[in-house]
Structures are given as structure tokens and as C-alpha cells.
Design a protein around this ligand. Structure first.
Ligand code: UDP
Length: 235
């Protein structure tokens, strides 16, 4: 077993990743598979923070004709549903998990307190940050970037249904070329979309690398924390 490169990581899981083939809602088998992978990384002693999206239930920008702030509040609540589902599945594997919400709902989860979150991580508890940043007009990618900076995570890991970042859509262009590495500046210049541009700009300014890789191989998360070059690294 080679050395662990990243001792504290931010794992960004999109809402859609939890819905499996269904494409919406939560698919229990899919959540269980993801949690088995997270357990394997946890067993290596890696400190894991998670930000989960809400797109499997609702995205603020889909609320056509709605007040955007209200629509985004609905999206943030969707992330709470996913966070509680993940918490339950991880706890059934014997891991201690704390959900912290950016909008207070104390009967359900802890409010976000940075120092408490860091303490949980030091005690090898997994911390799931729900409600994104708590502000409308932002995404959970940006929340992952912000929380990663606050807790001193060494990298953001983004498991996707494609195996990295390409110069064009690989499902439409058979000649699409995958980047092994790309700087945030080039990523921003090319307007790529694996991580949203607000998050990419924040990570650039704060020197946090993002590792984008495919969920197709269960061992990819472990390879990523060991620093093996899989997928695409944005630096
Ligand atoms: N959201 C928000 N502020 C945040 C994070 C999320 O308003 O800081 C809302 C927004 O409406 C977004 C929804 O929550 O569409 C779900 O998050 P996201 O779209 O990032 O989920 P994903 O695409 O990763 O499933």
C-alpha cells in the first residue's frame, strides 16, 4: 500500500450521484455502494468531510417563474435530505457522522461551527455539510470549495459519471481529449463545467486542487487519496 497523499479531504457528491439509474430521488443500492467506498477511505485513516448536492430533488434554477431565493431555499433543503440519507448509511457501517447545516435546524442536525467540524474530523468522524453555504444564488460546488478552505482540506475530490475533464463532450465527440492536469486559469478560460466557475475561481485564489475522476471503478477514491494520477487534476 503506497502512502496517503491527502490526509484531510473534501468529497463533493452531486445529488444525481445518489439517484443511480432512476435519475432522481435516492436509490438505496447506489447510496450503499458509495458508502462502501467512503468506508474504505475512512479505514485508511483519511479525515473526510462531505458536501452533497440536491439536484436529485431540486435545483433553484429549475424553478421557472419562481422567486429565485425561495427556489434556492428549496434546493438547500434538498441537500439536507441527501445528507441525512448519507449519514444513516454511513452510520450503519459503524462510522460516526455529524451533519452540520448552514441554516439552523437544531432538531435535525448541528449548526455549522467550523471549530466543531474540525474537532469532529480530528476524532475521525465524518462531517457532512448540508444546506450548501446557506446563501441563495450559490451551488454546492462553491460550498465544497469554501468549506474545504475553512477546514484546511488538502484537496477536493469530485467523483463523476465521466472519468475526468475533456476538451469537448466525450459522449458527443469520439476525438475528445482528456486532460490529466489543467490549471484553474486554463479551466476558467475554456469555460469548462466539471466544477462550477465560481468554485473554480475560489479554489484558484486559495490554492486548493480539485481531483475529478470516474465513480465507475470503486477503487478510484482510494487511488485519488493516494495521489495516483487518475482522472483530471485541476490545480
Ligand atoms: N443551493 C443554494 N446555495 C448553496 C448551495 C446550494 O442556494 O450554497 C441550492 C441551489 O438552488 C442549488 C441546490 O441548492 O441548485 C442544489 O445544489 P446543487 O445544484 O449544487 O446540487 P448538485 O448539482 O450538486 O446535485
Amino acid at each position: 500500500m503506497s502512502e496517503i497523499k491527502y490526509r484531510r479531504i473534501m468529497l463533493k457528491i452531486s445529488g444525481e450521484a445518489l439517484s443511480g439509474e432512476k435519475g432522481n430521488g435516492i436509490d438505496t443500492n447506489t447510496v450503499n455502494e458509495i458508502c462502501d467506498r467512503i468506508l474504505a477511505v475512512h479505514n485508511l485513516g483519511v479525515e473526510i468531510a462531505i458536501v452533497v448536492g440536491g439536484g436529485n430533488f431540486w435545483r433553484g434554477r429549475s424553478g421557472k417563474g419562481m422567486d429565485r431565493t425561495t427556489a434556492d431555499h428549496m434546493g438547500m433543503l434538498a441537500t439536507v435530505i441527501n445528507s441525512l440519507g448519507l449519514q444513516d448509511a454511513l452510520e450503519s457501517r459503524g462510522i460516526q457522522v455529524r451533519v452540520q447545516t448552514a441554516i439552523e435546524m437544531r432538531q435535525i442536525a448541528e449548526p455549522y461551527v467550523r471549530r466543531k467540524a474540525v474537532r469532529h474530523l480530528e476524532k475521525k468522524r465524518i462531517v457532512i455539510f448540508a444546506c450548501g453555504m446557506g446563501n441563495p444564488y450559490f451551488s454546492t460546488d462553491t460550498a465544497a470549495a469554501l468549506r474545504a478552505a475553512e477546514i484546511d482540506a488538502q484537496a477536493i475530490l469530485m467523483a463523476k459519471n465521466v472519468d475526468g475533464i475533456y476538451d469537448s463532450d466525450p459522449s458527443k465527440n469520439p476525438d475528445a481529449v482528456k486532460y490529466n492536469k489543467i490549471s484553474y486559469q486554463e479551466y476558467l478560460n475554456k469555460n469548462l463545467c466539471a466544477i462550477d466557475l465560481t468554485a473554480a475561481s475560489f479554489c484558484k485564489d486559495n490554492g486548493i486542487p480539485t481531483l475529478v475522476f470516474g465513480l465507475n471503478d470503486p477503487d478510484n477514491i482510494i487511488r485519488a487519496v493516494k495521489g495516483e494520477e487518475i482522472g483530471t487534476t485541476i490545480y
